[in-house]
Design a protein around this ligand. Structure first.
Ligand SMILES: Cc1cc2nc3c(=O)[nH]c(=O)nc-3n(C[C@H](O)[C@H](O)[C@H](O)COP(=O)(O)O)c2cc1C
Length: 276
């Protein structure tokens, strides 16, 4: 299952081109959730009606810590406004016939996740995802999984645990320590897209293999073609190329050559020049 990055409901209503593009996905990514950022219930419902046919799940972001989102009362600011959150979930979950879910943090500054989780369940959410940090922690420190366990013991809807799952072993530990139904993986997927297959392989066979350098190089070449076709920005493409190269062949010379790449063509040439 995959989830888009958060998309503003106001941008969807305005049919803003870049935001509509974020909703697109491949069939292989299904079931797919479209994650929305909203403050106003009427706009949330309007946007949901616009995009519900594009996804299998609609998710509300109640976890984003960014100042510009929080200042408008959205993202993690909703954790401090239980009645506003209740109103949004009630309106949204009764406006569609696919699941409506919420992505939460442990709290804004204080941890209030048990009360908020119960509220989400009562208001009509079909699942909640908990990132085991408060808004004040942003992405620093260690995610607290013990509260994810408590949430799982508090609500009857499925709970998805999130925060610091970087390997198959972390995934197994998250499931065991919290009893959560699902696990969400964020940052680890950027450097290691193989993590999903590794987890599936482990579930099915009890073991998994790390990706070989040869396979990683072939995937990097495919990624570069796709990035160009899908108009991924040059800087993002270069960053992802660095993460792949770190797994294939990383030394001062490659680092220097990569740093000097200013165009897609130069990135392609650098990658094509690698012989394993
Ligand atoms: C650059 C960046 C962008 C993110 N964007 C989103 C987002 O749009 N929606 C969301 O729910 N979480 C977003 N997150 C948070 C991750 O989904 C996840 O909750 C967090 O990184 C903790 O999980 P992890 O340790 O597996 O990365 C973002 C995180 C980062 C670092």
């Amino acid at each position: 299952m995959t989830c888009t990055e958060m998309i503003s409901v106001n941008d969807i209503i305005r049919e803003e081109k870049n935001s509509l593009k974020k909703m697109e996905g491949a069939v292989e990514e299904e079931p797919r959730a479209i994650q929305l950022y909203a403050v106003n219930k009427d706009n949330l419902v309007k946007a949901i009606k616009y995009c519900a046919s594009e996804a299998q799940i609609i998710d509300l972001n109640c976890s984003c810590p960014a100042d510009k989102i929080v200042e408008q009362g959205g993202g993690s600011a909703l954790l401090e406004k239980p009645e506003k959150l209740r109103e949004l979930i009630k309106a949204a979950s009764s406006a569609i016939n696919i699941p409506f879910t919420c992505k939460l943090r442990l709290g804004f500054s204080e941890e209030n996740i048990l009360a908020i989780s119960k509220l989400c369940e009562e208001a009509g959410a079909s699942m909640i995802t908990i990132h085991g940090r408060t808004r004040h922690q942003h992405y620093g420190g260690k995610a607290d999984w013990s509260l994810i366990k408590k949430v799982k013991e508090t609500v009857t809807i499925p709970v998805c645990g999130n925060g610091d799952v970087n390997s198959v072993e972390d995934y197994l530990r998250m499931k065991k320590e919290t009893g959560c139904d699902y696990v969400m993986i964020g940052r680890a997927a950027i450097g290691n897209p193989y993590i999903f297959k590794q987890i599936t392989d482990h579930k099915e066979t009890g073991k998994y293999l790390p990706a070989t350098k040869k396979q990683t190089l072939a995937d990097l070449k495919e990624y570069l073609n796709l990035a160009e076709e899908l108009k991924v920005t040059f800087n993002q493409t270069k960053y992802q190329t660095m993460l792949f190269l770190e797994r294939i062949l990383w030394n001062k010379e490659i680092e220097h050559k990569l740093n000097n790449c200013k165009k897609r063509k130069e990135l392609n040439e650098l990658v094509e020049s690698i012989k394993l």
